[in-house]
Design a protein around this ligand. Sequence first.
Ligand SMILES: Nc1ncnc2c1ncn2[C@@H]1O[C@H](COP(=O)(O)OP(=O)(O)OP(=O)(O)O)[C@@H](O)[C@H]1O
Length: 236
Amino acid sequence: MIEVAHLTKHYGGRAAVDDISFTVPRGRVTGFLGPNGAGKSTTLRILLGLDRPDAGTALIDGKPYRDLRYPLHTVGALLDGPGSVPERRAVDHLTWIAQSNRIPRRRVHEVLDLVGLGGVAKQQVKKFSLGMGQRLGLAGALLGDPEILVLDEPINGLDPEGIRWVRTFLRGFAARGRTVLLSSHLMTEMADTADEVVVIARGRIAAHGRLDQITAGHPSLEHVFFALTGDQGPEW
Ligand SMILES: Nc1ncnc2c1ncn2[C@@H]1O[C@H](COP(=O)(O)OP(=O)(O)OP(=O)(O)O)[C@@H](O)[C@H]1O
C-alpha cells in the first residue's frame, strides 16, 4: 500500500507538487496521469527516497522508502530507463544489483527470461533499443520479487507487442494481490491497463478514483483528462 499525504515540493519558489494526497491500494493497477510538468516524476522520486518533500509524506507500507528494511523486496521501481552503465552487459548489470541486495544469481536469469531478454543477456546495454532498455529496467525492478511496482512511463519506446506484454504482466501482477503505480502519457493504454486513476495537473490532484467511475458519462478517458486539466493536448 502506498499513501501520499499532503505532499508538497517547491523548486525555486514554484510548487512542483502542492499538498497532494492519494492512496494506491493492493490488488489494483493505479494509473498516475498528468500533462508535462504536472508533478508526476517529482511525486515518484520523493516516494522512492530520491528527493525530499518540503511538507507531507509519501509512505510505502507505512514507512518512508529510506526506512524500508529490504527495499528491493518491498518495491521495484523503473524511473529513467535501465540505469545501467552502457558498456555493461545486461546480465552483469542485474547481477551487480542482485549481489548488492543479497538476491541469488538465479533470480537474474529468471527476470531476464520473464521480460523476454533471456536471449540477449550477454549483450552490452548500449546495443539495446529503447524498448529493450525499458524491459531491462523492468527486470531490475522485479529482481527482489517485490509486492509493489512503481513505474514511470514504462511503455515509452516499446512496440505494440511490448506494450501488450507490459499490460498483461501488470494486470497479472495486480491480480495476485500486488500493487502497481504506473505513470503514463498514453491515455488509451492507461484506459486499458488501470483500475484506478489519479489525475494530477499543475501540482494538484484533479481527480482520483475508479477508472469506470471517472469515465462514466464521458466518451473516453482522454475526454475526461482534457476536461479536468484544461489541457488542449497538443503536447500529448
Ligand atoms: N530538479 C528540479 N529542479 C527544478 N525544477 C524542477 C525539478 N524537477 C522538476 N521540476 C519542475 O517541477 C515541475 C514538475 O515536474 P515533474 O518532472 O514532476 O513533472 P511530470 O509530471 O513528471 O512531467 P513529465 O511528464 O514532463 O515528466 C515542472 O515545472 C518542472 O520543471
